[in-house]
Design a protein around this ligand. Structure first.
Ligand code: ACO
Length: 364
């Protein structure tokens, strides 16, 4: 019999599809726990390698240290750099976001090496090579002895990077490395649940990330700030956009009913960065006005600032081109995707939901 589903059912709102030890999002309290710690206690305090070790240990019952992961990611960056001549031709003529998809689809396992390190190490090498190519420059070779955030930034910017810049990127990578059963992680877990390999799972995860309702939002956030331009234009611009039924990027969330805790963590990282290019007071005024306008427009449905608003400001202040924001997000989230894919393969079963058929029935 035909049965129409509710909006919540169609979006699988609040439906648990896995048991995980990796991260937990409490949307009512505005809390994010990653591998047993509040995100605010990790960002700016633990390195990306340290948190990645905790995720992989939790997912696969390993006992890796921060130093182990630092060494394996350094080696993986070197291997990825050596493979760039094979990976980049498939990306010719593509944007950075699309080229990244084509290049990561070409990654493959190597004997005796762990796929998760190969993937997480390769991501910034590929992202940086695409950014450099867009500027007409050659890729910069990784330094396997450097920290992952420091080397990522150096390969991207092509210059010596300051410790405060490295700290800001490291805080960002940690903040967004995992986030419960978000759309891209769910995609990766569905693929892993079929026993497809980790490379298939993370390629699918990245594809899900690229949409503006998920990880494709920060570039449009900057476009919005550019379009608003001045303090006087905040009110007319925002009111006009909402009157036209537009969604304002960097606001709203499926799970959070209060402010996304990652927004504040990133705001602190931006303040510590003290970048001359970041106009935090202007962004703060835009944010405050949008929150108020969304509250008035939709009093029953709390729509608060999400992680992408401050992601845009942080990555821009680090001089990372906006066209590369989604691949940089993926560079961090690859830690979560690989951990979830490993956990799914170890503890899950085939994910195969059902649909409600509302089409025509055979006559007779
Ligand atoms: N601006 C204006 N209105 C909004 C916004 C927004 N940012 N977000 C939701 N709404 C409105 C919707 O239009 C809807 O109104 P309606 O009931 O009149 O149709 C209402 O609020 C409820 O929204 P839902 O569609 O139920 O929210 P959902 O949970 O499906 O969407 C999402 C969550 C996709 C994040 C949404 O808030 C959005 O589109 N935000 C803008 C894009 C964005 O910031 N994406 C990054 C998310 S964070 C991340 O993935 C890393």
């Amino acid at each position: 019999m035909n049965m129409h589903l509710t909006k919540s059912q169609i979006g699988l709102d609040g439906v648990p599809a896995a048991e995980t030890v990796l991260s937990h999002v409490d949307g009512e309290r505005g809390e994010l726990i990653i591998a047993g710690e509040h995100v605010a206690d990790l960002a700016g305090k633990s390195s990306f390698e340290g948190v990645t070790a905790r995720l992989w240990n939790g997912a696969a019952g390993k006992s890796l240290s921060e130093a182990n992961v630092r060494a394996s990611l350094g080696a993986a960056r070197e291997r990825a750099f050596a493979r760039l001549p094979d990976l980049l031709p498939a990306t010719r003529g593509m944007s950075i976001v699309d080229g990244f998809r084509a290049a990561i689809a070409g990654l493959r396992g190597e004997n005796g090496l762990e796929h998760e390190a190969t993937i997480v190490g390769a991501f910034p090498v590929i992202a940086a090579a695409l950014v450099r190519r867009a500027r007409g420059s050659d890729p910069i070779a990784p330094d396997p002895n450097a920290g992952h955030a420091a080397d990522t930034l150096r390969m991207l910017l092509g210059r010596k990077v300051e410790p405060r810049e490295v700290a800001a990127l490291d805080a960002y990578l940690v903040t967004v490395c995992d986030h419960g059963m978000n759309a891209s992680t769910f995609t990766a877990r569905v693929i892993a649940s079929t026993q497809a390999d980790l490379f298939a799972a993370i390629t699918g995860g990245y594809c899900a990330l690229t949409g503006p309702l998920h990880g494709g939002a920060p570039e449009p956030v900057l476009e919005m700030l550019d379009a608003i331009g001045t303090r006087e234009r905040i009110k007319p611009w925002v009111d006009g956009a909402l009157a036209h039924g537009e969604r304002l990027m960097g606001f709203g969330h499926r799970v959070y009913r209060v402010r996304d805790p990652r927004a504040d963590v990133l705001k602190i990282a931006i303040e510590r960065l003290e970048a001359s290019g970041a106009d935090l007071p202007f962004a703060g005024e835009v944010e405050a006005y949008i929150r108020e306008a969304l509250r008035k427009k939709n009093p029953e449905r709390p729509l608060e600032t999400n992680v992408e608003f401050f992601t845009a400001i942080l990555l821009d202040a680090l001089e990372i081109p906006r066209q590369a924001f989604t691949p940089i997000f993926a560079t961090a989230r690859a830690a979560g995707w690989t951990a979830h894919a490993l956990e799914q393969r170890r503890t899950g079963r085939l994910i195969r939901p059902s649909s409600s058929y509302v089409g025509a029935m055979p006559k007779g």
